[in-house]
Every structure is written in structure tokens, then in C-alpha cells.
Design a protein around this ligand. Structure first.
Ligand code: ADP
Length: 722
């Protein structure tokens, strides 16, 4: 619609508003009717309404009426309440009215444009465009409006807008996702960073160089550099290629022996493979610095807990001290293992030897026993067999004694019982003891003293004699018939007035000992020639016992030997000096003294009782027996003082044992009876058993089987007070 048409409409309006009534000319009315006809049939909607509160509709053309699905103007007026308010969809009304007001108040030519929804009679909602124009006329203020159906256009527009919104939403969502991802990544990076710092902090306590490595990026960044590693980084904490770093590091620092291994251990493939199973691993290697070899350790730690292995931290430190300590421990362990293996082998050998050595005398014992039984009538043959049985029994006893003794020597109970003795007498006794067996083998024994200035010494006689007897006995044992043995006791010059040092040399022309065996000859269970090979009875304990006692006495023992030539054992011992001991009584005095004296023999074992009774009777003693401690106490109690010369008391017995019986006797009212000498006779052979007997109030302790010289000795000391 152009300017001209607008002004025409404005001209016609008062006529239209008044419905043709009023002060109009016929010509005006006619042109108004023509105009009305024209706008009635306009293709778009045309509407005139009052610009007051009621907004009454003055005119609506046909297009508007049909827009609301109405057939007549009346129908339309009644449907819309004949007001602009009824045209606009109620939800849009307020907004539309305000917009129009606002546009008219600011518009120079009183024009406005609004879009809104209308609802037709059938309930269909449509979008319309409203081009309005406000004018003041003679008949009041009015709006004339062109309304066009813009449903399609607006739907399209809305669709477009929705599309744009959707796109916008999508874009926003994408942005949001990106931000989220970025945040996640940032958190992850922060976590990694913290983890890395944690690892570095952990390593920093011990490691003097710490490097951060990203395998994927082939880069290494130092966090801390030791003097050694500064070379690879020009003293700066700067990034390098990891591959280059490994090559240069291995080339500069790793000892040629370890180069290949460390190269492999630091390769990304190896790192990835190893760290897939463990969070960390380490490698020790030798390093060359200033032509000195040092020990270093590399520790490789995976920073993340993820499966992908790229970020690692490598620490390096000096482990000189640890390696040295480790090597020492290893050496100690190896020695201990070797020793324990050797001990195990020695023990096994000992057991097999023992079983052989025990069986040999046992077989002899039973064999000769059978023979003796068969030849009971032939006195001469019988005696020969009994001698053999005796020898076999002694062998067995010797074996058992030695085994017991070795365990005693290794116990805490072992002690020396030192008294004053003549060294000459003491060694002569040993010489006398070996003489019969040496004579039997036709061995020439030369015994001599050299430079003996001090004869009286304090020593444990039994132990010293045992040492000498073991060595001298071996000399006889391992020397073939017709051989030679030299026994020398020599006093060494000493500046001390309190001590004298003696050298005991025992030299033989025996079978000798091989060099390898010589080294371990003093070890328990070691035997160069066991009975199986040499036919010589032995336990492999004699030298061990001797060495133990010598060590305890503060002395030394050495052995030299050559196979087939002979052996020399040398013992050095120092003794405290003392007064000359009184002359020892001969055994004959004691035997005389014992003739026809009565003793009480307390023994529960019938066989022992029989043997012991017979042996003691041979000494001229009269034997009264008691089968347990209780009976013994009764018998002593009921005896007259001096009736029994002494009591020979077994220890382990039923009803009342020997120790308790002794205590009971010592408590008897009559002091003459209470003080009766009591000598223990027991299978308990340990030193501690002997001490226990004395503690229990016994006067001496003898071990079974009964040994007559020992008994005579005890009688001499305890009863004869000599
Ligand atoms: P045993 O003689 O009871 O076997 P020892 O401990 O006394 O035990 O001796 C250990 C080993 O040392 C003997 O088995 C023997 O091989 C060797 N030996 C000891 N003394 C001599 C010696 N005088 N001559 C040759 N070998 C000896």
C-alpha cells in the first residue's frame, strides 16, 4: 500500500466509522462505498479498531473474517467480542498491546509492527503479522491494521530458530564436553604431577640423582644431578633425548663388564616389560670413576598406576658400603653353608663308622660268648674267649665314654679340677699304661724327660692324662708291628716363677696322615683310616677331646705327619707351680687295708649286683647288699658304728634313689652312723653328676662298670685320708 492509498484510507475512515451517517456529501459517501468495496475484497486482512481501553472493532474485511473461520461479520464480531483483545491469542495479548504502545510512542509516523497468534473458531492457532497505524480522527483515535497470515512464514522462522537453537545447544554441549575433557585432562595431569613428585620425594632421601623420563616423548628431565651425571646435562636441569642419555651414560660411567646389561635394563622395551608387572625395579652395577671401580644402583619407578608405561623416574645412588657389607654377608653365609655341609657329612660319616665300630665289638662279644658256652669245660680255651669278650667290652665302653665326654666338653658344665701333682709321675703313669699294648705289637717306646726343673704343678690329673693317653694311644694304634715311638716331656725355659711351660712330643713311625686329613684331624668324627680300612678300632673323637681340653687349659696342639713315615704331635701347656706332692701310696696298702672289711653295696640290678659282688669279694671285702635306698638307710640305721667300712651306693633305684638315701643317712641321729663314707657307683658319668653326688653328701663318685684302681684310689682318699 502506498502513501496515496494510506491518505485515502484516512480520508475514508470517518465515513466508515460513522457508517455513512453524518455530515457527508453524496459524492463522499459514494467514493467511500467504492473504497469499502475495494478493501472488503483485499487478499490480506484489514481491520480498524478504536484506540481506547475497549479496543472496539470498527471494521474487518472478508479476509479477516475467514482467517477466524467465520462466515459473516456478525459471527466474527460475536466470536471476538467485537474487540481487538478478542483477536489476539490471550497468551500474547499483554505483550502485543505493550509493544504497540511502546512503538507508537517512539515512532514518528505512528506505525507499529507486531506478530502474534490468533485462534480461529475451529480452534486452529495461526501466526499473523500486524502492520498497524495510529491516527486521530474527528470520530476519535483509531488503529487501522493490515493483518497477514504468517503461519507458514513464522513456522519456518520458528523452525529455523529452533534449528539455530538446536545448533547452538549442540555447540554449547560440544563446548561443555570439551571443557569437561580439558578439566579431566588437567586433573589427570595434576595427579600425574603429584605422583611424580611423590616418587621423586621418596627417592630423594637416598638417591643423589633423580631423572624424570617420558618414554613416549623420548625425553629425560633431571630433577637433581649428582656430580657424576652433570656431564650428560651440562650441569643444567634441562631436557635431553632419553635414547641419547642412556647411550652416553653407559659409555661414560658403566664398567665394561656391565655395559651390555645396563644398556638392556635401561631400554624402553625392557622398562615397559618389567614395569608391567612391578611398580619398581633396580639394577646394581660397577661404575668407573677416576679409574676407580665403584658400585652404583639405578632404581626405576613407574610414576602412574596405569597400564601404559611411559612416565618413569630413575634414581641413582652410590651403594659402595652396602655392596661391601652384602659381599661380607654372602661370604659369611657361604662359609656357614660350607661348614654346615661339612659338619653334616662328618656326622653322617661318624654315624656309619659308629654303627660299624659298635657292631664290631658287639659281634665279637656275642660270637665269643657262644664259643665260651660251647667250650665251658675246656678251661684254657674258655679263658681265651673270656679275654676276647673283655677286650670287646672295653672297646664298646671306650666308644660310649668318648661320645659322652665330647658332649660334656661342649657343655657349659665342663670344669678343671686342679690339684698338686708330680709331672713326672703323672706322665710315667701314661707311659706305663700304653706299654703293654706297645709290647704286644713289638713297638719300641722311648720315654724321656728333658730339662725338668719344676716337677710339682697344679693340674687336673685325669684330664691331662687323658690328653696324653689319647695321643700316645694313637701312636701305638697307628704304628705297625716293630715300629718306634718317642715320648718326650720337656720343660721350656720360663721367666715366670709361678708358672712352668712343658712341651710334650709324641713321635711315631706309624702309617702317617695324609695332608688333606691333617687339616681337619682335630674336628669331631674325623678319621683318616677308619676301622673298615685300617682294621683299627676308633671313634674319631680322641683327638677332638684332647684338643678341647688343651684349649680349655690354654695350651696348643699341633700335628705333623707324612704318610708311610710317621706322625709327630706336639702339645704346649703351662701349669701353676706348687709344692712337691707327698709320695703316693702303692695300691697294695689299700688292698691290704680292705681285707675282711664289710661294706654295704646298694644296687637294684641283679646282674650288676652279682658282678660287683664278685669283683669286690676278690678284694677281700665282705659284701652286704641292699636293693634300694630305703633298705640301705634302714641297714645303716640298724648297724653299729664302724660295722660297714663304707657304702657303695647306686644312684638310680626304685623306691628311694641313692641321692635321697644319702640325705637320709646324713640325717641319722648317731653322728658315727650319719658320717659313714658313701661312694656313689653310677652309670651317670658326667662331671655334673659327680658334682651333684658330692653336693648330696657323698664322699666320692665312681662310674660303672666298677674300676678297681679308681675304687682303691677313692678308698685311699676318702677312708684312709691319704
Ligand atoms: P680314633 O683314633 O678313635 O679314630 P682320634 O680322634 O684319636 O680317633 O684320631 C682321629 C684320626 O686321626 C684317626 O682315626 C687316625 O686316622 C688319625 N690319627 C691319629 N693319630 C694318628 C697317628 N699317630 N698316626 C696316624 N694316624 C693318626
Amino acid at each position: 500500500m502506498n502513501e496515496k492509498e494510506y491518505s485515502l484510507i484516512e480520508e475514508m475512515l470517518p465515513l466508515l466509522v460513522s457508517g455513512g451517517t453524518g455530515d457527508f456529501t453524496d459524492a463522499e459517501i459514494e467514493s467511500a462505498n467504492k473504497f469499502k468495496k475495494f478493501i472488503d475484497h483485499l487478499p490480506g486482512g484489514f481491520l480498524i479498531y478504536r484506540s481506547d481501553d475497549r479496543e472496539e472493532i470498527i471494521y474487518a474485511n472478508k479476509a479477516i473474517i475467514s482467517m477466524f473461520a467465520c462466515d459473516t461479520l456478525e459471527e466474527f464480531k460475536s466470536f471476538t467480542g467485537n474487540s481487538f483483545k478478542g483477536i489476539v491469542y490471550y497468551e500474547d495479548l499483554e505483550c502485543v498491546e505493550n509493544s504497540i504502545k511502546q512503538q507508537i510512542s517512539t515512532s514518528n509516523d505512528n506505525l507499529d509492527y507486531v506478530e502474534y497468534r490468533i485462534i480461529d473458531k475451529k480452534g486452529t492457532i495461526r501466526f499473523v503479522e500486524d502492520y498497524g497505524h495510529f491516527i486521530r480522527t474527528k470520530v476519535g483515535d483509531i488503529f487501522y491494521v493490515f493483518i497477514t497470515d504468517a503461519t507458514e512464514k513464522i513456522n519456518k522462522k520458528n523452525n529455523e530458530r529452533a534449528l539455530i537453537l538446536q545448533e547452538k545447544d549442540e555447540k554449547e554441549q560440544k563446548l561443555k564436553n570439551l571443557i569437561e575433557e580439558y578439566d579431566k585432562e588437567r586433573i589427570l595431569i595434576r595427579q600425574e604431577h603429584l605422583q611424580r613428585l611423590e616418587v621423586i620425594e621418596g627417592l630423594s632421601v637416598n638417591y643423589d640423582s633423580i631423572l624424570y623420563v617420558d618414554l613416549d616423548a623420548d625425553m629425560v628431565l633431571p630433577y637433581r644431578l649428582s656430580e657424576r651425571l652433570t656431564k650428560q646435562f651440562d650441569r643444567k636441569l634441562q631436557v635431553r633425548h632419553y635414547g641419547w642419555f642412556v647411550k652416553d651414560f653407559v659409555k661414560c660411567w658403566v664398567h665394561p663388564e656391565d655395559k651390555q646389561r645396563i644398556n638392556a635394563i635401561l631400554s624402553p622395551e625392557y622398562i615397559r616389560k618389567t614395569l608391567a608387572g612391578n611398580r619398581t625395579y633396580y639394577a646394581n652395577f660397577k661404575c668407573v670413576q677416576n679409574s676407580e671401580t665403584k658400585y652404583l644402583q639405578l632404581r626405576i619407578v613407574h610414576v602412574k598406576n596405569s597400564r601404559h608405561i611411559s612416565q618413569i623416574v630413575i634414581g641413582s645412588r652410590n651403594i659402595e658400603e652396602e655392596i661391601v657389607q652384602e659381599m661380607k654377608n654372602k661370604a659369611l653365609l657361604e662359609t656357614a653353608l660350607k661348614d654346615s655341609k661339612l659338619a653334616y657329612i662328618a656326622k653322617n660319616t661318624f654315624l656309619s663308622n659308629m654303627s660299624h665300630d659298635m657292631r664290631t665289638p658287639l659281634n665279637a662279644l656275642f660270637g665269643y660268648l657262644e664259643l665260651a658256652k660251647k667250650n665251658a669245660d675246656d678251661k684254657q680255651t674258655l679263658e681265651r674267649y673270656l679275654d676276647k669278650i673283655n677286650a670287646a667290652g672295653k672297646q664298646l665302653l671306650d666308644l660310649v665314654d668318648k661320645v659322652l665326654q665330647i658332649s660334656y666338653l661342649e657343655s657349659k658344665d665342663f670344669q678343671l679340677d686342679e690339684k698338686l701333682y708330680s709331672i713326672k709321675t703323672l706322665t710315667q703313669e701314661v707311659y706305663k699304661e700304653i706299654l703293654p699294648s706297645a709290647n704286644e705289637k713289638n713297638i719300641d717306646v722311648l720315654f724321656e724327660f728333658k730339662n725338668i726343673l719344676h716337677d710339682e704343678i697344679y693340674t687336673d690329673r685325669d684330664k691331662l692324662q687323658q690328653i696324653l693317653l689319647n695321643i700316645a694311644g694313637n701312636a701305638v694304634k697307628y704304628t705297625k708291628n716293630g715300629g718306634k715311638i718317642n715320648l718326650t716331656v720337656e720343660e721350656k725355659l720360663s721367666s715366670s716363677s709361678e708358672f712352668a711351660t712343658f712341651r710334650f712330643i709324641m713321635n711315631d713311625t706309624g702309617v702317617g696322615i695324609a695332608k688333606e686329613s691333617l687339616k681337619s684331624i682335630f674336628e669331631p668324627f674325623e678319621r683318616e683310616y677308619n676301622s673298615t680300612h685300617s682294621g683299627v678300632f676308633g671313634s674319631g673323637l680322641g683327638l677332638t677331646i684332647a684338643k678341647h681340653i688343651i684349649d680349655f687349659m690354654g695350651g696348643t696342639i699341633t700335628a705333623e705327619s707324612e704318610v708311610g713315615v710317621g706322625s709327630t704331635f706336639t702339645i704346649m701347656l703351662s701349669f701353676r707351680l706348687g709344692e712337691k706332692p707327698e709320695e703316693t701310696q702303692s695300691g697294695d696298702d689299700v688292698t691290704d687295708f680292705l681285707k675282711n672289711k664289710k661294706i654295704l653295696l646298694v644296687e637294684d640290678n641283679e646282674i650288676n649286683l652279682e658282678i660287683e659282688t664278685e669283683i669286690l669279694q676278690d678284694l677281700g671285702l665282705i659284701i652286704e647288699s641292699a636293693e634300694n635306698g630305703k633298705i640301705a638307710v634302714e641297714k645303716v640305721k640298724n648297724s653299729s658304728p664302724g660295722e660297714y667300712l663304707f657304702v657303695l651306693m647306686d644312684i638310680q633305684m626304685p623306691v628311694m634313689d641313692g641321692r635321697q638315701a644319702t640325705e637320709e643317712i646324713r640325717k641319722l641321729e648317731d653322728p658315727a652312723l650319719a658320717e659313714i663314707p658313701i661312694i656313689a657307683l653310677s652309670a651317670n658319668a658326667f662331671e655334673s653328676d659327680k658334682r651333684m653326688s658330692v653336693k648330696n653328701g657323698m664322699n666320692a663318685h665312681l662310674t660303672k662298670p666298677i674300676d678297681i684302681p679308681a675304687l682303691l684310689d677313692a678308698v685311699k682318699k676318702v677312708i684312709m685320708n691319704k
